[in-house]
Design a protein around this ligand. Structure first.
Ligand code: FAD
Ligand code: MLT
Ligand code: ZN
Length: 462
């Protein structure tokens, strides 16, 4: 399934004229030179070839595109910042790409309601900045913040670095405007918090990975801005000690914002990729980066909690933004550093907290049993039980390692997708996480909202 080669990417001249009438000829891109940036995914593992890229500027234009595509049986792939990691946003079989980049309006912050309305193409960074300028915060944050769009984060129900405290994108989503595969436009952006009027369609669209509708506008919840932040990097001799420490920190610290794990091998790779000095004079097996945030200085609270831990071999503490960024670099640098080796197989999984240590210790040998030339890189949002298993070495289309790891995850009652989604990458394994009845129900929903099956046909279902 992986790294499928695109079919012939052909756009009927009559359809091209209709699309140009709908969005303006300058917003219909054809030809490899213009569409190349939209054809391949961020990891380089999934490559396609679009029939064309259409860049609508309004919801009505998106509706016109869907109408044209339904009438001409053309499949569509929605695309935001193209930072998704499961091959969901690329036109694997010559689909039309609908890029939401022009719909990037960031509305005024409603400081009383603590909400904001934004276009689907607004970047996460732009929304975070707008909230910050108004003295509030948008709780979702991730390494791809400068490119990832609000529409993409809604479609994937992105989790990110602060899930531990604030939940994922679904928890921030109050209302959406979207064009469904039926051609209908739904819009519910009033911002009422108590609103039990039937099915909650924003929740349904959130995490649907572009298979049911194209999100065009969103109403988002904003959070309190905690101006006092402290970040600590804790070093441990083994995984079990690190996992136990996280359990204790979570129970002691209500103000914990992030708890991220990486290993010595990953740290060394990041340091050499970005020419960084390591954080400690000697290496340690496991590192956990902890961040706390509060409306007053939380340094003493964090220090007291760390004092209660056992198995901590070293600690680096950062209180100002420059020092904090330096510590975060070791963690956030993993994705880019791993990409310098080759296109990785990215397996983003959740384990029950009591199976985490066993999983982290065992999974490299499971990978090695399948392919002894492969290298396993482990890092992730340990506070959420979410580990990113990245494997370099196997060819893009060789899925033996993916199969072994995902089956191992299922055997431990984990989830085969924590926060990146199923996309194209994991659709063969959906049955490991969902029962037949659940998958059939999802197919019923897909049939109802996208009867012509034109939306993201390569995603989610096998
Ligand atoms: P795209 O990649 O363009 O699309 C992703 C999916 O959403 C595709 O299926 C696409 O068809 C669909 N889609 C896009 N826009 C719309 C729309 N308007 N309507 C309907 N469907 C749409 N994810 C996390 O959860 N947590 C992390 O910590 C995290 N960190 C990352 C760090 C890096 C460096 C990178 C490269 C990625 C990271 N991601 C993370 C992956 C994450 O999925 C994306 O960054 C983000 O959610 C996708 O946004 P995007 O605009 O780039 O979407
Ligand atoms: C992360 O946590 O850094 C992201 O999910 C990206 C990745 O998995 O590489
Ligand atoms: Zn992540």
């Amino acid at each position: 399934v992986a790294a499928e080669t695109a079919g012939v990417a052909h756009l009927d001249p009559a359809v091209r004229r209709l699309l140009a009438d709908a969005v303006g000829a300058q917003h219909v891109l054809v030809g490899e030179e213009s569409t190349a940036a939209y054809d391949n995914d961020w990891t380089g593992r999934f490559r396609g070839r679009s029939a064309a890229v259409v860049r609508p500027g309004t919801t009505a234009e998106v509706a016109a595109i869907i109408d044209i595509c339904r009438r001409h049986a053309m499949s569509v792939v929605a695309q935001g910042g193209n930072t998704g990691l499961v091959g969901g946003g690329v036109p694997l079989h010559g689909e039309l790409v609908v890029s939401l980049g022009r719909m990037a309006t960031v509305g005024e912050v409603d400081v009383v309601a603590r909400q904001i309305t934004v276009g689907a193409g607004a970047t996460l960074a732009a929304v975070r900045d707008a909230a910050d300028r108004a003295g509030l915060a948008y709780a979702i944050d991730l390494g791809a913040r400068d490119s990832a769009t609000i529409g993409g984060t809604i479609a994937t129900n992105a989790g990110g670095l602060n899930f531990l405290r604030h939940g994922g994108t679904r928890e921030q989503l109050i209302g959406v405007e979207a064009v469904l595969g039926t051609g209908r436009t739904i819009s519910h952006l009033g911002g009422l918090l108590k609103d039990n009027t039937g099915y909650h369609l924003p929740s349904l669209l959130c995490g649907s990975e572009g298979t049911l509708g194209i999100v065009t506008v969103a109403r988002l919840r904003l959070a309190t801005r905690h101006d006092h932040r402290v970040t600590a990097l804790l070093a441990f001799g083994d995984v079990a000690a690190a996992v136990a420490a996280i359990g204790r920190l979570r129970s002691m610290l209500e103000i914990i914002e992030a708890a991220e794990l990486f290993l010595d091998t990953g740290l060394n790779l990041v340091c050499s990729a970005f020419q960084l000095r390591p954080p400690f004079p000697t290496g340690h097996a496991v590192y956990v980066l902890v961040e706390v945030a509060d409306v007053q200085d939380p340094t003493a609270t964090l220090a007291a909690a760390v004092d209660h831990l056992t198995g901590v071999d070293d600690v680096a503490v950062a209180v100002d933004s420059v020092q904090r960024a330096a510590l975060w670099r070791y963690r956030e640098g993993h994705t880019t550093a791993i990409n310098t080796i080759g296109s990785p197989h990215k397996l983003d999984v959740t384990l029950p907290l009591d199976r985490l240590a066993e999983f982290i210790e065992t999974v490299p040998s499971i990978v090695a049993m399948v392919d002894d030339t492969a290298t396993t890189w482990l890092f992730g949002h340990i506070g959420d039980g979410n580990i990113h298993v990245n494997v370099t070495g196997p060819a893009d289309e060789d899925e033996r390692v993916d199969d072994a790891v995902l089956r191992y995850v299922a055997s431990l009652d984990g989830s085969i997708s924590a926060e990146h989604g199923i996309g194209s990458a994991k659709r063969s394994w959906l049955g490991l996480g969902r029962s037949e009845a659940e998958i059939e129900t999802m197919r019923d929903i897909k049939r109802a909202l996208d009867p012509d099956r034109i939306l993201n046909p390569n995603v989610l279902f096998g």
